[in-house]
Design a protein around this ligand. Structure first.
Ligand SMILES: Nc1nc2c(ncn2[C@@H]2O[C@H](COP(=O)(O)OP(=O)(O)O)[C@@H](O)[C@H]2O)c(=O)[nH]1
Ligand SMILES: [Mg+2]
Length: 201
């Protein structure tokens, strides 16, 4: 019975499973983050950019990237013995809104990944979660050649509410990515776990 936990009174408890969304623009590092933290081999559904897709996806500034996520990334991370996160990396392109409506159901919070070279790419994600009233945090993925902006500059550029946490991360680093997820969980707790996202439309 080692797949169940026991609390201090010896009673067995099951870990709480929380659904988290990882959002943000094309090439911002969603697949990288899910891959860096996931205990299970991350599932990803990717498709080589079609010629049609090349016209739609703006790939300037995203070097050496030949695929784009068209469905989602899925991963799992155990934060503590009583808390397991299920991660869903969601396509940040407007043409996939219908996927977001589905994925937001049952989600408790979201991470919006941002790249300061292409900050506008996460406007739609921020806007979406604000309207859905889904708690989110913004994590700036630090690409090597990106000029460093202060977190305050990012906050102002995205016109974020003061309570929305903004932090730096390196999506390639497991610990850094885990820190982002823990920060989101703390933020969600602060907002009250009972709050349910509302349908957007
Ligand atoms: N230098 C650097 N490159 C990164 C970082 N995160 C992701 N990348 C690279 O950026 C590209 C896009 O990342 P990906 O995770 O596929 O983006 P997605 O479209 O949001 O899933 C990949 O080639 C990654 O290896 C980072 O923190 N620093
Ligand atoms: Mg991806």
């Amino acid at each position: 019975m080692d797949y169940v936990n026991s609390d201090r009174t010896g009673q067995t408890t099951l870990p709480t499973a929380i659904k988290i969304l990882i959002a943000g623009g094309f090439g911002v590092g969603k697949t990288t983050l899910v891959g860096a933290v996931s205990e299970t081999k991350p599932l990803r559904t990717e498709e080589v950019l079609s010629e049609q897709g090349v016209g739609v996806d703006d790939i300037s500034g995203v070097e050496a990237k030949s695929t784009t996520t068209v469905a989602m990334d899925f991963g799992r991370i155990t934060i503590s013995e009583d808390l397991v996160l299920y991660l869903f990396g969601t396509p940040g392109q407007d043409r996939f809104w219908f996927v977001w409506d589905e994925l937001t159901l049952g989600a408790l919070g979201a991470v919006v990944l941002a790249d300061t070279r292409r900050l506008a790419d996460c406007f739609s994600s921020v806007d979406y979660f604000e309207r859905a009233k889904l708690p989110f945090i913004v994590a700036v993925n630090c690409f090597d050649d990106a000029r460093e902006y202060s977190l305050d500059e990012v906050r102002r550029a995205l016109d974020l509410d003061p309570e929305v946490p903004v932090m730096l991360c390196d999506a390639r680093q497991r610990q850094s990515s885990k820190d982002v997820l823990v920060a989101l969980v703390e933020h969600v707790k602060g907002r009250g776990l009972t709050r349910k996202p509302e349908p957007v439309r």
